[in-house]
Design a protein around this ligand. Sequence first.
Ligand SMILES: NC(=O)c1ccc[n+]([C@@H]2O[C@H](COP(=O)([O-])OP(=O)(O)OC[C@H]3O[C@@H](n4cnc5c(N)ncnc54)[C@H](OP(=O)(O)O)[C@@H]3O)[C@@H](O)[C@H]2O)c1
Length: 165
Amino acid sequence: MISFVLAVGKNNEMGVDNKLPWHLPSDLKYFRKLTEGKPMIMGRETFESLPGILPGRLHIVLTRDPDYSVESPQVTIVNSLDELLAMLSPGQDYNVIGGKMIFDLLLSYADRIYLTKIDSTFNADTYFSEPDPKDWEIVEEKEGTLDEENTLVHKFIIMDRKKER
Ligand SMILES: NC(=O)c1ccc[n+]([C@@H]2O[C@H](COP(=O)([O-])OP(=O)(O)OC[C@H]3O[C@@H](n4cnc5c(N)ncnc54)[C@H](OP(=O)(O)O)[C@@H]3O)[C@@H](O)[C@H]2O)c1
């Protein structure tokens, strides 16, 4: 199964200057819980925005640059959608973690979206293209807990692709 994992602001803001526009530790914790132990698919820009190679997860990085390389057994580089699709194993769960370009590229292959919706607006240069609600249904929605570290009102939403009837 292919799942998207992302967080957005009120206007679907996703990023600014190749960073997240907010500080929300509870979402980073949720991200870790969802992604640990499973391969993650991402664009080169998102890969470069990470604080480093995240432990316990294969990083599959899309770039068109055939010379792009990263010296780590935890990183696999792919140069096209076809190359990516050819390497995916049926029965394996994959998390697509962005950014916008890669979500656009892979939306038609996704079955689930783990969406953290933050109830604030942000200065941003990258926005998520909201999927068509006729194709997706919310199957779970939970308010995030607020505390000293997590001051932004947010909810954790799970959306599944609607089954054909
Ligand atoms: N809010 C969130 O949950 C979240 C999640 C992830 C990222 N972000 C933010 O989103 C922003 C980055 O998103 P982005 O859309 O600019 O970049 P991105 O999707 O992370 O990466 C784009 C890059 O992917 C490669 N690529 C795209 N299509 C390809 C294809 N068909 N074949 C091969 N390679 C392909 C290209 O790399 P080359 O240029 O090397 O060819 C392209 O420049 C940052 O601000 C980041 O912080 C936010």
